[in-house]
Design a protein. Structure first.
Length: 282
């Protein structure tokens, strides 16, 4: 019994030492590790398929955001679903003749690496964007490691009121909004699960009530498009289909519909131009 106790004590000491050394070991490999509201968070650099350097944000084992590292690409969009969302927003700007004086009002629920807000600040000056992120640690990460501060400085978007950073619960924020938005983007995730009533009738009603006439709801619905792992998408389609005349999504993996992916979901009453490859539900 004494030998067993000693062995357990030694094992405990070794495990404690390894855990204590883990941040140092990860930094040696170019990985920054920290605790945020939603768990263990890692920031590290990699490359995309064509060899372009990218920086990735991983929370609790799930990739939450990514951006390009080269200076001339830092405000471009590395994620396909963000490009599809930006395409819809830019189409609305053009269709409505929006300008700095008469901007398209956009709300982004969830900051993460602030990829879409940075793009809008840099390339869509006719959009006025409110970004609501519940965890100030994530916003600090975006500022320091995902070039958010650089974007704000170079574009002047925050000084000009085109980009507003809000710390708080996005669903509470949208419920309390006193003016309607032209676009509401739901990009808020904790690990593999969506935040807020994304899939419910309540969520659809809240969004409907806070969109301007002809407004558009965009969401990252992370799941498969077919099969048993497509339940989340089906629930979103049904809930928002009861509130909006037009519902569609753009699958991340059109040739592998049972593979989970970041699918760009669209709900609106307006005849909005959809990205290529969109699947029209109604």
């Amino acid at each position: 019994m004494t030998e067993l106790i000693i062995a357990l004590l030694v094992l405990t000491v070794v495990c404690t030492a390894v855990l204590a050394a883990m941040p140092w070991l990860l930094r040696r490999r170019g990985v920054d590790m920290l605790r945020t509201k939603f768990g263990l968070t890692l920031v590290f650099d990699s490359q995309n398929a064509d060899g372009t350097p990218v920086r990735l944000l991983n929370v609790n084992g799930t990739f939450q955001s990514g951006c390009y590292v080269p200076e001339d690409l830092r405000f471009e969009l590395a994620c396909v679903y963000h490009r599809e969302m930006a395409e819809v927003i830019e189409g609305m700007v053009a269709a409505r003749g929006a300008s700095r004086e008469r901007p398209l009002r956009v709300m982004v629920m969830g900051g993460g690496g602030y990829s879409l807000p940075k793009y809008l600040a840099a390339y869509v000056p006719a959009a006025r964007v409110d970004v609501v992120e519940i965890d100030p640690a994530i916003t600090r990460l975006a500022r320091e490691s995902f070039f958010l501060d650089e974007c704000l400085e170079r574009t002047g978007a925050e000084r000009e009121g085109r980009l507003r950073l809000v710390t708080g619960d996005a669903w509470e924020f949208v419920r309390g909004a006193t003016e309607p938005y032209d676009v509401i983007v739901n990009d808020a995730f904790s690990g593999k699960r969506p935040l807020g009533p994304l899939t419910t009738d309540e969520g659809a009603r809240v969004i409907r009530e806070h969109l301007a006439e002809g407004g558009v709801y965009l969401a990252n619905v992370r799941c498969a498009c077919e099969g048993r792992r497509a339940r989340t998408l089906r629930e979103v389609e049904e809930a928002f289909g009861r509130e909006f005349a037009r519902v569609a999504y753009v699958p991340e993996w059109p040739d592998a519909p049972e593979k989970p992916g970041n699918n760009a979901f669209v709900a609106t009453d307006a005849p909005v131009a959809l990205p290529e490859g969109a699947v029209v539900v109604r």
